[in-house]
Design a protein around this ligand. Structure first.
Ligand SMILES: Nc1ncnc2c1ncn2[C@@H]1O[C@H](COP(=O)(O)OP(=O)(O)O)[C@@H](O)[C@H]1O
Ligand SMILES: O=C(O)C1=C[C@@H](OP(=O)(O)O)[C@@H](O)[C@H](O)C1
Ligand SMILES: [Mg+2]
Length: 174
């Protein structure tokens, strides 16, 4: 299940990756609470450090600019001892993912496209870091191999409630 726990044990953090709407922020908060660890939502970190909302960054710099900013912020922080809810686009940076994986196991919240589509109703103005016109299905198809590549642990969240998914993530880490 875990490909890289030896490295992770030196510098424990828990990194959540997955599609927008997968539940990284929601499950991250529950996980942090359950484990008594601080939560870092990297989207909020980017906004704090940039002094702009993600949408403003997207409007001003385009999706490649937002991805670059995300990479810079991820690389600038040591996430030791924290639960990290990443943004869905973090996996576009191999450098940032290498840095995150050195801090702890990457847990991929693997949610089927149909469930993501139900949850993400505001796809066109949600601030997705991708080219205009790309559909949610295209984003999913492009990113699935990246989430799989970087995952140390894959949690299948198909059909699970928030509470069930949190429990499954906890079980995957024990
Ligand atoms: N099983 C589930 N696990 C996590 N979130 C769920 C689940 N079912 C519905 N949701 C809802 O989906 C949304 C997930 O959003 P969020 O946690 O912000 O995801 P992400 O940070 O991955 O984009 C929330 O509104 C949450 O209430
Ligand atoms: O998947 C994406 O392209 C993005 C997802 C968002 O985070 P969540 O995955 O937490 O929604 C946020 O980082 C930004 O709007 C870009
Ligand atoms: Mg989030």
């Amino acid at each position: 299940m875990s490909k890289n726990m030896g490295e992770a044990n030196k510098c424990p953090a828990i990194i959540l990756i997955g599609m927008p709407g997968a539940g990284k922020s929601t499950i991250g908060a529950g996980l942090a609470n359950a484990r008594g660890l601080p939560l870092v939502d990297t989207d909020r970190l980017i906004e704090q450090e940039a002094g702009h909302t993600l949408q403003a960054l997207l409007d001003e710099r385009g999706y490649l600019g937002l991805r670059k900013r995300e990479e810079q912020v991820l690389l600038a922080h040591n996430f030791t001892g924290q639960v990290v809810a990443t943004g869905g686009s973090a996996v576009y940076s191999a450098l940032a993912m290498r840095h995150l994986k050195a801090c702890g196991p990457c847990v991929f919240l693997d949610i089927p496209l149909a469930e993501i589509e139900q949850r993400v109703q505001n796809f066109n103005d949600r601030g997705i870091a991708g080219p205009v016109g790309q559909t949610l299905a295209q984003v999913y198809a492009e990113r699935l191999p990246l989430y799989q590549r970087y995952a140390d642990i894959v949690v299948n969240g198909s059909g699970l409630s928030e509470a069930e998914l949190l429990k499954a993530v906890q079980a995957s880490l024990s």
